[in-house]
Design a protein around this ligand. Structure first.
Ligand code: NAD
Length: 473
């Protein structure tokens, strides 16, 4: 069993919980459950490590490069562990280690420039960015390695130290990369604790945390935001989405449907910025539904370790219960399953890729975030109305427009209220491009220089060149 990392060494395991393989529905390992005292020790270690770590920028850059190489060297082990705890196929599990490797390398090379605001005979005024101190980072189960490095890489590069907690559904790959990085980072710079939501709350409440970087659901994000406000901790909140795709009347259905399908069913629909509802012109409705249903029924669902498998199980029991519940409710209320609709009759949390037709806004499957392999398709008669309906939600993470005319698509994309709006693609992310949500989908962004600045506070350094004393200007 991988151990927690506190102050550069393995922390004793004082309690533990089961980790379930979603492909079998049975436990295959245990993970340590952190005590409140251990969370405190992790913050103490991070606070102690902070002054030296923040002092030497060249050392930090070098250590991030070494960390990137060490993660790359252990890719197979980390990916295998991730696949077992999350049910990801090799394709989707294989997507994450390169994120860790790439983000560490990107931030190692990125500068955090100083700005000269004034330089004259009376004063030199410079704007610098200082690390905030100790960062508490909390991740969800759907992309545990990749999303952790969206936080770790810029936080460490900026000079902060980190206490990270993964989801209790997928703790093992995170604990393991913590062990690997123990060999590289100075003690206390990156601490990994594991456990349930309560452990997350302890991170958020801890007085030594100066920033909380949280990725997860809207409800948990709200609670984090409220708790962090008590002592003015900075927050970055990357929360849920209910991304709309709007298909325009000019599309070639056969050409767009495979891309549309996989922009919704990537990782079994379990990513924040995937298509979660599709608006289709009534004239093309049957064609689009039939074509999506065709792809869904030909998709191979099964054992994630079988190379022929395209979609493995849903990642955990509460999630498959949620998705099947939303689908059942929609079907009870008159919607039709153009493809799928049911869990598979086998052990584990498998579900048929499901396309739900004859459904409208106002149905929970359309209005809420399903986060799984079920996609509602909604007909529209008027494009402006479709845009209004796409925007008629508290979510604002992503959205996309599918069209034969990219210029027209871009004009409509600008009207969609979301952090990222794509044309003829969805969920395309990269280290250099900011990613974040509007409205209830989050606060702040990750990635790019903006994601680095989010781990700093602005500081003005004003050097008076005139008579020492108070200055009039
Ligand atoms: P979740 O909110 O239940 O849990 C996320 C993490 O927060 C876990 O580690 C959990 O233990 C912890 N946690 C839960 N309640 C907490 C609290 N009150 N205080 C502190 N920590 C708490 O989410 P999940 O089910 O693990 O993940 C799925 C959700 O994450 C979806 O809503 C999805 O859209 C969202 N998500 C968002 C992004 C993004 O970048 N915007 C990316 C991936 C996932």
């Amino acid at each position: 069993m991988p151990t927690q990392t506190i102050n550069g060494v393995a922390a004793p395991t004082l309690g533990e919980f089961d980790v379930i393989n979603p492909a079998t529905g049975t436990p295959f390992a245990t993970a340590p459950e952190a005590t409140r005292e251990q969370v405190g020790q992790a913050f103490q270690a991070a606070a102690q490590a902070f002054p030296a770590w923040c002092d030497d920028e060249d050392f930090r850059r070098a250590k991030l490069r070494e960390a990137s190489a060490a993660i790359a060297a252990n890719a197979d082990e980390l990916t295998g562990l991730l696949s077992r705890e999350s049910g990801k196929t090799a394709q989707f599990a294989g997507f994450e280690v390169p994120v860790a490797v790439g983000w560490l390398a990107y931030y190692a090379d990125l500068d955090l420039p100083r700005e000269l605001l004034r330089d004259d005979e009376t004063a030199r005024v410079e704007l610098i960015r200082r690390p905030v101190g100790v960062v508490g980072a909390i991740t969800p189960w759907n992309m545990p390695i990749g999303l952790a490095f969206f936080k770790i890489a810029p936080a460490l590069r900026a000079g902060n130290t980190v206490v990270l907690k993964p989801s209790p559904f997928t703790p093992l790959s995170t604990l393991r990369f913590g062990e690997i990085l123990r060999e590289i980072l100075p003690p206390g710079v990156l601490n990994i604790v594991s456990g349930g939501d309560q452990v997350g709350q302890w991170l958020v409440e801890h007085p030594l945390a100066r920033k909380i970087s949280f990725t997860g659901s809207v409800d948990a994000g709200r609670s984090v935001n409220i708790s962090a406000a008590n002592d003015f901790k900075r927050v970055t909140l990357e929360l849920g989405g209910n991304d709309a795709a709007i298909v325009l009347d000019d599309v070639d259905v056969a050409q767009i449907v495979p891309g549309l399908f996989w922009s919704a069913f990537f990782n079994n629909g379990q990513a924040c910025a995937l298509i979660k509802r599709v608006y289709v012109p009534r004239r093309l409705y049957t064609d689009v539904v039939d074509a999506l249903a065709g792809v869904a029924t030909s998709t191979v669902v099964g054992d994630p370790t079988d190379p022929a498998t395209q979609l493995g199980p849903v990642a955990n029991l509460p999630q498959i219960q949620r998705v099947t519940g939303l689908v059942d409710k929609a079907l009870e209320n008159g919607a039709t399953a153009a493809a799928g609709g049911r869990p598979l009759d086998r052990p584990g949390y498998f579900m048929e890729p499901t396309i739900v037709a004859d459904i409208a806004d106002g149905t929970p499957l359309v209005d809420e975030e399903q986060f799984g392999p079920a996609l509602p398709i909604i007909a529209y008669d008027d494009l402006d109305d479709a845009v209004t309906r796409a925007n008629g939600t508290d979510f604002g993470l992503g959205a996309s427009v599918w069209t034969a005319d990219p210029g027209r698509g871009a004009r409509i994309a600008e009207k969609l209220q979301a952090g990222t709006t794509w044309v003829n693609t969805h969920a395309s992310l990269g280290p250099t491009v900011p990613f974040g949500g509007r409205k209830h989908s989050g606060l702040g962004v990750e990635n790019g220089p903006w994601g680095l600045e989010a781990y700093t506070d602005l500081q003005v350094v004003h050097v008076n060149r005139g008579t020492p004393g108070p200055s009039a200007g």
